[in-house]
Design a protein around this ligand. Structure first.
Ligand SMILES: [Zn+2]
Ligand SMILES: [Zn+2]
Length: 158
């Protein structure tokens, strides 16, 4: 039987290379367990909560995993910029372009739960400008927009 800690969904070379590069840049260690958590998030077609991630990992590795361990993996993935945390749904999704720093905006479908990351520089600078005009110092300019994705909007109007 394969080592349970390395039992993970297949990870495309592109993502593995990005993970290695982010770790090299931040001096973090990429362990098989961290990589397995990342692979699980990449394999999901929508953002998952910490508890959903625990269930996915336990199911795949056929063993109990302490929640704290998974929270640590998530902290790590966020720290190195591979994963984003969605505040409004308390869920996690892999970043589209982890190779550079950015503020993100998200389109979240309230029906199917899918999320799309859109990093809009003009929107980001507009938000900063508005904050500036109000003499407000923003710490982040993350925007989460809820609504219906194309597919769900189409099936609703059927
Ligand atoms: Zn991102
Ligand atoms: Zn949808």
């Amino acid at each position: 039987m394969a080592n349970p800690a390395t039992t993970a969904p297949p990870l495309a070379v592109k993502w593995r290379k990005l993970a290695e590069a982010r770790c090299a840049a931040t001096g973090e260690r990429l362990t098989p367990a961290r990589l397995a958590a990342y692979a699980e998030l990449l394999a999901s077609d929508k953002p998952v909560s910490a508890y959903e991630l625990i269930a996915l990992l336990e199911d795949r590795q056929q063993r109990k995993i302490a929640p704290l361990t998974v929270y640590r993996h998530l902290d790590f993935l966020i720290r190195v910029g591979l994963v984003h945390r969605l505040e409004s749904t308390q869920s996690y999704m892999p970043c589209d372009r982890p190779d550079h720093q950015h503020e993100s905006q998200y389109l979240l479908c309230s029906s199917c739960g899918r999320a799309v990351e859109v990093a809009s520089k003009p929107l980001d600078s507009l938000l900063r400008k508005i904050a500036n005009q109000n003499e407000f110092r923003p710490q982040n300019t993350v925007v989460e927009i809820r609504g219906l994705c194309e597919r769900c909007a189409a099936s609703e109007s059927d």
